[in-house]
Design a protein around this ligand. Structure first.
Ligand code: FNR
Length: 365
């Protein structure tokens, strides 16, 4: 399909489903077991209604904001996703360049298909990035990664992914066999194709340390000065714990339904944190990802108190069209966000952050 025919984020996933390699498609669109959490992430955004205000002079609105010290054009970041080359030749370079041209930040994955330097060089020299860390069973390897990241001024935050203590069962991915392993990081490991199948996620994720625990935050601290963001928070209790540990942020995430199937839709966790420990929003940045497909979803998240929203699969699929695809995906989201703001009577996102008066949550209570 022609890029000009694409008008929303789902179109990117559908385009990729038509022309992408079957294995890549299974890896990207797939999720755990029965896809309960995958489907809930998306459908729960649709159970939250606006309470629009009218006659408020919305002639001029701005989507600009700050997150983790970075000025951004809208409160959206590109999720860390492994082996982006499975989606298109330019891989992570398209995500980096597309993000920079759109004024948003790409959080690069430990399991990228190219080196950190390669990805950074896709954007202007001072353009910010975030780095996502999977902690390796062999801790010295993680220390080496952190030492490398410390040298790179463009990296502004460290997202530690904590929701995938073990790689989950992704059946679509496991059913299609391949020997191909393209992650730069895990290519140091031997592929472990066995009778469980050959899921790309599983064969590239075997190095992740299941022993990771809260005490390790102080170990990470001794190896980085970057703001630490815990990605994969799924309860108010763990949001509280991250705050107590002095982290600078959290991402409410269930890995896009790719970790525990049956984990709650991320928006339910956001509501739980608001209810049980609202202090969290004052002490650190609260981000969310999972099933965000519309600018109106972004506005809902902001009104619930989120500082930023991660978008995953649609951006990965947009790599099919290279940098231009990524830029188009961001432009669509930005335009939808601006329209939703105008129609809801919101001119300034900072002022609207956490303002529940724009929302009706009764379907979720
Ligand atoms: C991911 N995700 C992910 N997360 C992470 O911390 N490190 C990683 O390497 C990956 N890899 C990865 C690959 C692919 C193909 C997908 C789809 C996802 C999870 C990702 O960062 C994010 O949490 C979800 O993708 C968000 O959900 P949506 O927007 O895809 O619904």
């Amino acid at each position: 399909p022609d890029l000009s025919a694409i008008i929303n984020l789902d179109d990117f996933e559908q385009a990729f489903a038509k022309v992408g390699a079957k294995k890549a498609q299974a890896y990207i669109s797939g999720a755990s077991n029965d896809l309960l959490t995958l489907n809930a992430n998306k459908s729960f955004w649709q159970k939250l209604w606006f309470r629009p205000r009218i006659m408020r002079d919305v002639a001029s609105v701005s989507t600009r904001t700050r997150m983790l010290g970075c000025e951004v054009f809208m409160p959206v970041w590109i999720c860390p996703m492994g082996i982006a080359k499975t989606a298109g030749e330019e891989g992570e370079r398209a995500l980096g360049a597309g993000a920079a041209r759109s004024g948003i930040v790409h959080c690069m994955s430990t399991a990228a298909s190219m080196s950190v330097e390669d990805i950074l060089s896709s954007a202007p020299k001072t353009y910010p990035f975030f780095f996502q860390l999977y902690v390796d069973r062999q801790r010295h390897k993680t220390e080496a990664v952190l030492a490398q990241i410390n040298q790179l001024d463009q990296i502004k935050a460290l997202f530690i992914t904590a929701d995938l203590a073990v790689v989950s069962k992704r059946e679509a991915d496991e059913r299609i066999r391949t020997q191909e392993i393209t992650s730069v990081y895990s290519s140091q490991e031997k592929s472990r194709i066995d009778k469980k199948g050959a899921g790309l996620a599983r064969t590239t994720g075997g190095f992740i340390d299941p022993a990771l625990n809260w005490d390790d935050i102080s170990w990470v601290r001794t190896h980085t000065n970057l703001p630490i963001v815990i990605k994969g928070v799924q309860s108010a209790a763990d949001a509280w714990k991250a705050m107590e540990m002095g982290c600078q942020g959290i991402v409410i995430s269930n890995h896009g339904g790719r970790a525990l199937d049956g984990a709650p839709a991320t928006i339910l966790v956001l509501l739980e944190i608001r209810r049980d420990c609202p202090e969290v929003f004052e002490k650190m940045e609260v981000h969310i990802d999972g099933g965000v497909r519309r600018g109106s979803d972004v506005l809902k998240a902001v009104c619930l108190g989120a500082h930023g929203v991660g978008v995953g699969r649609p951006f990965q699929c947009s790599v099919l069209y290279g940098t231009e695809g990524v830029e188009t995906a961001a432009a669509i989201l930005q335009d939808e966000l601006e329209t939703a703001m105008r129609l809801c009577g919101v001119t300034n996102l900072e002022a609207a952050r956490g303002d529940m008066s724009y929302l009706n949550t009764s379907e979720l209570e």
